[in-house]
Design a protein around this ligand. Structure first.
Ligand SMILES: NC(=O)c1ccc[n+]([C@@H]2O[C@H](COP(=O)([O-])OP(=O)(O)OC[C@H]3O[C@@H](n4cnc5c(N)ncnc54)[C@H](OP(=O)(O)O)[C@@H]3O)[C@@H](O)[C@H]2O)c1
Length: 331
């Protein structure tokens, strides 16, 4: 009897994720019944949001993973056995597969993916990072040519796409990153106007020099030390898209937020968003992103880890900044 492995959440992290909150368990590969099919998961997407799903917070946009359950994760897989007429063997599917090597599905929550699109392009651009970047930029920030945009976690999966799309629209784009290597990648390879390292003591001075006309649009992915200096340079009628606050995900208490006084004085619009609210737009966004990719307007890079047994540890790379590009586990 053939078996497969699955990563279960058995405890909740106190702050940073530790190995003992997961357990890798083995089970027998199930057989699909009528109306079902068996998916072999080939790639998992590791995302900062997973840290939130591991907490006990019931008051968020999505319920927490229950203790003992397979850890929630999105992934890409292939149908290897089917009793469902719409999902023949060989169909590629994308969705919330969970951190496991196989799953049985009736198609609920899974999207078919054209076989010719490389797995890494799907996970780095066409799926969550791309739709998040697209929605946050076009719908929330509503960019106009000539404006100055600052994006944090600028070399990451979401930030690198935001910056490239904004450049293609004719904006001045400044990216905030945590290393010299990432600064070089976004300026030399992706064409950002400037890159700043938030670890630098004189970050605020560097930001002022890189944004001589102030900041019109702020795509916030991190929170942390960069937030206040960026907020202080927002222009009148500036817009802020609050996409993520990864600097806070491992903390018990949130950092103090920006003063509301500047929101009045500068007449700022600040909007948080989460993509599960916008599933109905994923197909349209995916088409637009696919078009940009085909035209060579978007570059991406991936950081690939091999083997499900290494997935739990790999999530930590997102929090240390050691991932260089979209973090993926390949089975
Ligand atoms: N709202 C939504 O629906 C939605 C959807 C997807 C993602 N997100 C959010 O978008 C953000 C980026 O996600 P991603 O998938 O693109 O991840 P990512 O940028 O590929 O990886 C995370 C990066 O965050 C940076 N980082 C980690 N800890 C930090 C800290 N304390 N201070 C400053 N930067 C820190 C690191 O880059 P450096 O080396 O540059 O520090 C790290 O590489 C996350 O906050 C995520 O939760 C939101």
């Amino acid at each position: 009897m053939q078996t497969y492995r699955a990563v279960h959440l058995i405890d909740r992290p106190q702050q940073e994720i530790t190995a003992d909150v997961f357990s890798i368990e083995t089970a027998t590969i199930p057989t699909p019944q009528d109306g079902e099919f068996l998916v072999k998961v080939t790639h998992l997407s590791l995302d900062p949001a997973m840290r939130g799903w591991m907490s006990s917070d019931e008051n968020s946009y999505i319920p927490p993973v229950k203790l003992g359950e397979v850890m929630r994760a999105s992934g890409l897989g292939e149908v290897v056995s089917s009793k469902h007429p719409d999902y023949p063997e060989g169909t590629k599917v994308l969705g919330m597969t969970g951190m496991q090597e196989y799953l049985i599905s009736d198609g609920t929550g899974l999207n078919k993916i054209p076989a010719e699109i490389p797995a890494e392009a799907v996970l780095a651009v066409i799926s969550l990072p791309g739709v998040t970047a697209y929605h946050g930029l076009y719908q929330v920030l509503q960019p106009k040519p000539g404006q100055t945009l600052v994006v944090t976690a600028a070399a990451g999966s979401v930030g690198s796409l935001v910056g490239q799309m904004a450049k293609n629209l004719g904006l001045r784009v400044v990216g905030v990153v945590g290393s010299e290597e990432k600064a070089q990648w976004i300026t030399q390879e992706l064409g950002f106007n400037a890159a700043l390292n938030y670890h630098d003591q004189d970050f605020a001075e560097q930001l002022a020099a890189a944004t001589p006309d102030g900041i019109d649009l702020f795509f916030e992915n991190t929170g942390g030390v960069a937030q206040a200096p960026i907020f202080a340079r927002m222009n009148a009628h500036g817009r802020i898209a609050v996409c993520g606050l990864i600097a806070e995900y491992n903390k018990d208490q949130p950092d103090p937020g920006p003063s509301w006084m500047n929101i009045i004085k500068r007449r700022l619009s600040i909007q948080g968003f989460t993509m599960p609210d916008h599933f109905d737009r994923f197909a349209d966004y995916g088409q637009a992103l696919g078009g940009m990719l085909m035209k060579g307007e978007l570059k991406y890079r991936t950081h690939v880890i091999h083997g499900i047994e290494n997935a739990p540890d790999a999530i930590k790379l997102l929090f240390s900044g050691d991932n260089k590009g979209k973090l993926i586990v390949e089975f």
